[in-house]
Design a protein around this ligand. Structure first.
Ligand code: DAH
Length: 359
């Protein structure tokens, strides 16, 4: 309380009192906030130390008063400046602390995340991606085509005769668009063969995954909308052996060495000769079970050598070019890969099933 209890009557005394006020200010607490406010009150308030000392100015001579007054002013300015700098500093500390407390660390939350809430790709999509990876690794490109097709692409250009049962409204979904029966939800991915050939860029080594639609009643092995992956290879000197080698290489790569592929004679309008592509039943490994009806083999799809009529329908010379094609059901592949007794679980959206395939 250096300044308040003296009442200097001379310049020397005044300056001494001011000096002691300075050192008591230098020792005054500036934090925390309440202490800062107290120090401010003590020095700068109306009845504070500086105001008290300034009252004694009146007792000095005019010259002394000027000198003493400006020294006191300078001190006052320093006190004011110091206190406001300190106030800003304390405020910024407080706001940092607030930010720290309010911070919401998203990375921490991700680590703690209940994983079910994140979701995952459906098994069918995962299977499709796995197949795409595999075929890309074998040198194929990935192509796509439209899900709504004209009757020409879906049937006609593929050599499907006018009386073929697939053309029946019992089997296909036709759209009410144009001539009746002229626009259809594609029943197979094979029409994309035509679209690729039409481009006229040969050779072709492509697979075409996508959705197809049929008027099927859902059961353990059928759903009215499902996915296929089509394959098309067109080059010079392609033979049935290339087809057999590709199918067998694919089977071993996707299902493992213990699963084999076999081809059995079949009929498809767009291939000649045609074959059904079967693999060892993955449930019983060939010994025979309910899923494979006791035969030890499961059909995955069809394949064959591209029919010359298909080449002719798009102006490709069948004397120079030959090729093979195949089409497999992706759901069927997923079913065999994961040993699913009933295909409908793939569509049921039951998290107890789906969460096993988070990948
Ligand atoms: N498109 C046929 C189907 O959906 C499957 C198929 C068979 C595709 C033979 C082909 C093939 O490319 O050559 O049943």
């Amino acid at each position: 309380m250096a300044g308040s209890d003296v009442n200097p009557g001379s310049l020397r005394e005044f300056l001494a009192a001011l000096e002691s006020l300075r050192s008591s200010f230098d020792e005054a607490p500036l934090a925390p906030e309440e202490a800062l406010r107290a120090t401010e009150g003590r020095f700068l308030a109306k009845g504070g130390e500086i105001a008290l000392l300034s009252r004694s100015l009146g007792r000095l001579s005019q010259d002394d008063r000027r000198e003493a007054g400006s020294a006191l002013q300078a001190f006052r300015a320093r006190v004011t400046e110091t206190l406001s700098t300190q106030r800003r500093y304390l405020e910024s500390l407080a706001s940092l602390e607030r930010e720290r407390q309010e911070r919401y660390d998203l990375t921490e939350d991700l680590v703690r995340e209940r994983r079910a809430a994140v979701g995952a790709l459906n098994v069918v999509t995962q299977t499709r991606y796995a197949l795409e990876d595999l075929f890309v690794g074998m040198g194929f490109s990935i192509e796509t085509g439209p899900e709504v097709e004209s009757e020409w692409y879906n049937f006609e250009a593929l050599n499907v005769a006018k009386y073929h049962p697939a053309r029946d409204a019992q089997d296909s979904f036709f759209l009410e668009l144009g001539e009746p029966g002229s626009v259809v939800l594609r029943t197979q991915t094979s029409p994309v063969q035509i679209r690729l050939l039409e481009r006229g860029v040969l050779p072709i080594y492509a697979v075409i995954p996508g959705k197809v639609f049929r008027r099927d009643t859902p059961d353990a092995r059928h759903t009215p909308s499902f996915h296929q992956i089509e394959g098309l290879v067109v080059d010079e000197h392609i033979t049935f052996q290339d087809l057999a080698g590709t199918v067998s290489g694919f089977t071993k790569a996707y299902f493992g060495q213990e699963i084999s592929a076999r081809l059995r004679p079949a009929y498809f309008p767009f291939t000649e000769p045609s074959a059904e592509f079967e693999i060892t039943c993955t449930i019983c490994l060939g010994s025979g079970c309910r899923t494979c009806s006791g035969v030890g083999w499961i059909e995955l799809g069809g394949c064959g050598m591209v029919h010359p009529n298909v080449f002719r329908s798009v102006g490709v010379d069948p004397e120079r070019w030959s090729g093979f094609a195949f089409g497999f059901g992706i759901e069927r592949l997923a079913q065999m890969k994961h040993g699913l007794a009933d295909m409908r679980v793939l569509l049921d959206n039951d998290l107890r099933f789906l969460s096993q395939f988070r990948g």
